[in-house]
Structure formats: structure tokens, C-alpha cells
Design a protein around this ligand. Structure first.
Ligand SMILES: Cc1cc2nc3c(=O)[nH]c(=O)nc-3n(C[C@H](O)[C@H](O)[C@H](O)COP(=O)(O)OP(=O)(O)OC[C@H]3O[C@@H](n4cnc5c(N)ncnc54)[C@H](O)[C@@H]3O)c2cc1C
Length: 490
């Protein structure tokens, strides 16, 4: 039997482990933490439960597909429901917009709030779907770094439609041209943040991110986001995957340009193949210090990070939904601060996620669990303590202006995480949420490949490599990576 070692039990590490076990490998996952999931994990503070990282669940069929591949019923492991309202948006001038999951209801809401703009939005969504349909097979389901992908009918079809991808214009430029109403432009600009990019830099191609949400809908797992991790972990164990928690890998062993195993907690574990779910930059820096990282990797800018306040509230707020956005007044200024001056603007956009709206056991009766996140630059040595203190005041003031109420007295418990804690808990490079950003025109196509070009038997999966960050793309990275490995004959 061939041995495969996976470094990290993030969502892509778990999915890769399951796929490799199904291919006949003897799989061991080495995880630094005492629990699986990486960014997709949970913790409690007093009587409140929080999802630590991801809160928005799209494309659940990518999770289900793993169970179906394994011959298991996904509903025996976890369930989810579709949300009628994907997100509620608030502006300081009193405008409120419900992003309905159903397209007709969404367009009616556009007409109600932004009279005369439904046709433009309808056209925008149709165009975004075309882009997705043309690119999905090529970009999301294959390694871009193999000849078989380059000389393929899907590639030729995708290349022949190059003009449709709007690579020459920024996402903001495309949105302004097509949608015009400033609030709508801001709302659609926001999708750049789904992969940690700047809407004023990332290309118009990124309208397809919005398509994933509007076309497929948004979902919440019963029991919260961590149930995705729990379900994948249970499936991996059922398929014979071994887990070694609190085992930090310190080295990938390489002999004659071939990966031969890993060193964890001072002991060597030989293997036939090694798959790193650790962010690719620290994989090279810390686990392969003798190997030269690809030059391209140095040029990639990390994605944005975040500061998160996890507040246990002793009151409920019926005006809020599961997902809520309280927009800044000047988006350009805000993103200039995050990506160019690498600090925080004094009027940040505030995201509030409250799973207890759908998972009542996440908070005591009459209370709510607030996950309050503000986009932040990746760590370059900023004074996070000072920035966090200032941000807390500004965030509370913004919430008070929009909800018409000071919520400070209702904060019963508080946990705060900055890019430093995100890096420390998940080893993500500089605390970036999504690996690298897609700010330059071709960045989305230039992520690190799913395999090493110089070390045989070394592979990569997860948010920092092709096709990118976020749960759906991480699951696809596991599919692409493991498709590069042969089945083990029985
Ligand atoms: C605050 C926040 C909000 C987010 N919101 C969303 C969202 O709403 N929707 C969405 O789809 N995505 C969201 N994301 C992004 C999403 O969480 C990630 O893209 C995805 O979870 C990354 O998964 P991964 O497989 O790359 O591994 P990670 O989650 O990065 O996990 C890597 C694992 O490897 C382990 N590890 C690393 N190095 C070693 C080593 N040397 N030895 C042993 N173990 C090691 C780490 O401990 C960790 O468990 C968010 C992320 C954050 C942080």
C-alpha cells in the first residue's frame, strides 16, 4: 500500500485525505492544532458558540460530492438549509436592501430600493453567468499547469471568448459602467472581498464571484459552519484516514528530488507522497528551507486579513439577519487604506454574522452571538493592539448610528482576533484569509500549481494555491490535486 501524508486538516486537507483514501492510499493527516478544520473551526465563550472563520456557505454540492464519491449519504452526516435572504445591507443614509436568494425577488427588491435599475442588474447577472460557464471547467476543475489542460477543447473555447472576461477594467469600473447607482456599485464591488481582493484593482472577471452567490444561493448548516468540518472529519475517519493532532510538521524530507516523508514533533514519518495543506509560502520557508521557492510566489500579494470581534450579546436585534453589512461612506478610501497604506480606514465597512438567528442553541435565550468582522491588511508589523482599540470604538459608533442604539451595554462576552492570531492559529501567511489576492489582472490564473515542478511526489492544496481561497475553491483544489495522483492498484 502507498502512504500519503497530508500536512494540515483544513477543509482542503480533509477533502484531499478523503479522496486519497478512496484512491487506495494509506493516509495520515498531521495537524498542528488539537482539532480539525483550520480556519473552519469553532470555539465557545461563556454560553455562546462561535464559528471562528468562514460564515458564508455557498456551493454546498461540492461538500455533498465527497460523500457521494465515498458511497455515503451526506444527510446522514450533516444538513443545511437555503437562506431566503442572502444578506441585509445597510447604508448610513437609511437605505436598506435585502439580497434575496430568489432572482425574481432580488430584482423586485432592486426596483423597490433603486427604482429603474432592475433591468441593468438582470443583464449584469446574465453576463456573470456566461463568464462562469465559459471558465468553470477550465479554471476551477483542472490544474492550469499541465499540457493536457492547455491543449483542450474547453481551453480553446474559453480563450476564443477572451473579450468577455473584462480583464482590462477593474471590478469597480465594470460595476460603475453597468450599474451606475452608487449604492448598487458598492454592493457589487463588495464581492472582491470574497477572495480578499481590492475592487478598485481586481479585474472585471471577478463579477463571476457574485454569480456563485446569486445563482446557487447561500446556505447555513444545521449546527453552524463547523458542521462542515465535523462531517468531513467523520467521513475521513470512516474511510480509514489516520489523524495525528498536535503534530506540527517541521520538515518535508526530500531525497534525490523526491518527497520521501515528513518530520513531525521530532520524528520522521516516511511516505510515498506528501500533500501540503499549509499555506504555500510558509511551506517553502519553514518546511523546505533548502529548496528555492518559485520566483512567481514572491510577486504574489497576500490577500486581505481581518479583525474580528466575537461578541456574546445579552439582547436580540430583530432588525438584523444572519448576514448583515453596514457599508462605509467611501469604499475607495477604505480599500486604499487596507491595500495601499496597509492600515484601517476610520469609517470601516462592518460585517455582522449571527448564527443564533438560525441555530438558537448558539446563544442563551434572549441573546445572540455576534461575529463582527472588518477587513484589514495582512500583517506587516502594524501595531494591532492600537488599531484594534480604535477600530472597536469606530465599529460601535457605526453600529449605533445605523441601528439607532448603543449596543455596548449588551456585550456580555468578548473575544478578539487580529491577523496575528489568525496566523498563529492556522499558520496562514501574514494572517491572510484567502492565500494571495487577485489584485493584478492575471493573478487568479497565476496561483501556485497544485504540484511541485521540482520535487517529485510533493503536492499542494488549499486556499493559497490554484484555484484559490474560500471553502468551495478549497474543495476544488483538493479535487484537482488528488486527480494528479494515480489510483493505487488493489
Ligand atoms: C475570518 C475568516 C472569515 C472567512 N470567511 C469565509 C467565508 O465566509 N466563506 C468562505 O468560503 N471562506 C471564508 N474564509 C476563507 C476560508 O476559511 C479559507 O479559504 C479556507 O477555510 C482555507 O482552508 P485550507 O484548506 O486552505 O486550510 P486552513 O483552514 O488554512 O488550515 C490549514 C491547516 O493546516 C494546519 N497546519 C499548517 N501548518 C502546519 C504544519 N506545519 N504542521 C501541521 N499542521 C499544519 C493548520 O493548523 C490548519 O489547521 C474565511 C477565513 C477567515 C479566517
Amino acid at each position: 500500500m502507498k502512504a500519503a501524508h497530508v500536512i494540515g486538516a483544513g477543509v482542503a486537507g480533509l477533502a484531499s485525505a478523503i479522496r486519497l483514501a478512496l484512491k487506495g492510499y494509506q493516509v495520515t493527516v498531521f495537524e498542528n492544532n488539537a482539532y480539525p478544520g483550520g480556519k473552519l473551526s469553532t470555539f465557545s465563550s461563556g454560553e455562546y458558540r462561535f464559528d471562528a472563520g468562514p460564515s458564508l456557505f455557498t456551493m454546498p454540492h461540492f461538500v455533498d460530492a465527497l460523500f457521494e464519491l465515498a458511497g455515503e449519504d451526506p444527510r446522514a452526516y450533516y444538513s443545511y438549509k437555503k437562506k431566503a435572504i442572502a444578506c441585509r445591507y445597510f447604508w448610513e443614509d437609511g437605505t436598506q436592501f435585502n439580497a434575496y436568494g430568489d432572482r425574481e425577488a432580488y430584482l423586485e427588491e432592486v426596483e423597490r430600493v433603486f427604482s429603474g435599475h432592475a433591468k441593468a442588474v438582470d443583464h449584469y447577472l446574465t453576463k456573470a453567468k456566461k463568464k462562469y460557464d465559459l471558465l468553470a471547467k477550465l479554471f476551477l476543475e483542472r490544474s492550469l499547469h499541465q499540457w493536457s489542460t492547455l491543449f483542450n477543447s474547453d481551453t480553446l473555447k474559453a480563450l476564443s471568448q477572451f473579450h468577455r472576461y473584462e480583464l482590462a477594467s477593474s471590478l469597480h469600473g465594470v460595476n460603475q459602467r453597468q450599474l451606475k447607482a452608487p449604492h448598487l456599485v458598492q454592493l457589487f464591488d463588495r464581492y472582491a472581498t470574497y477572495n480578499g481582493s481590492n475592487p478598485f484593482q481586481t479585474p472585471g472577471l471577478m463579477t463571476l464571484v457574485q454569480h456563485l452567490e446569486s445563482h446557487y444561493g447561500t446556505f447555513i448548516p444545521e449546527g453552524g459552519m463547523v458542521q462542515i468540518t465535523n462531517a468531513l472529519y467523520a467521513l475521513a475517519k470512516k474511510k480509514g484516514v489516520h489523524f495525528k493532532f498536535e503534530h506540527k510538521v517541521s520538515e518535508i524530507c526530500v531525497k534525490n528530488k523526491k518527497a520521501t516523508g515528513v518530520v513531525a514533533n521530532g520524528r520522521r514519518y516516511p511516505a510515498d507522497v506528501v500533500i501540503s495543506n499549509m499555506d504555500v509560502t510558509p511551506t517553502y520557508k519553514k518546511l523546505l528551507p533548502q529548496q528555492k521557492p518559485p520566483r512567481k510566489l514572491k510577486k504574489m500579494q497576500p490577500s486581505s486579513s481581518a479583525i474580528i470581534f466575537y461578541w456574546g450579546m445579552n439582547k436580540s436585534f430583530p432588525q438584523l439577519e444572519l448576514h448583515n453589512i453596514l457599508f462605509s461612506k467611501d469604499y475607495k478610501k477604505e480599500f486604499n487604506a487596507i491595500f495601499n497604506t496597509q492600515t484601517l480606514d476610520d469609517d470601516p465597512t462592518v460585517y455582522i454574522n449571527i448564527t443564533s438567528k438560525d441555530v438558537p442553541q448558539d446563544a442563551p435565550k434572549g441573546g445572540e452571538n455576534w461575529f463582527v468582522m472588518v477587513n484589514a491588511p495582512y500583517d506587516t508589523g502594524q501595531n494591532w493592539e492600537q488599531l484594534t482599540q480604535k477600530l472597536r470604538k469606530e465599529t460601535l459608533a457605526k453600529i449605533a448610528r445605523i441601528l439607532g442604539e448603543d449596543i455596548t451595554p449588551h456585550i456580555a462576552t468578548e473575544v478578539v482576533r487580529t491577523p496575528l492570531e489568525i496566523e498563529q492559529l492556522t499558520q496562514s501567511y501574514k494572517g491572510a484569509l484567502y492565500g494571495s489576492s487577485s489584485n493584478r489582472r492575471a493573478d487568479a490564473f497565476l496561483r501556485h500549481p497544485n504540484f511541485s515542478k521540482t520535487i517529485e511526489g510533493l503536492y499542494f492544496c488549499g486556499g493559497s494555491v490554484h484555484p484559490g481561497g474560500g471553502i468551495p475553491l478549497c474543495l476544488l483544489s483538493a479535487k484537482i490535486t488528488t486527480s494528479l495522483l494515480p489510483d493505487v492498484p488493489t
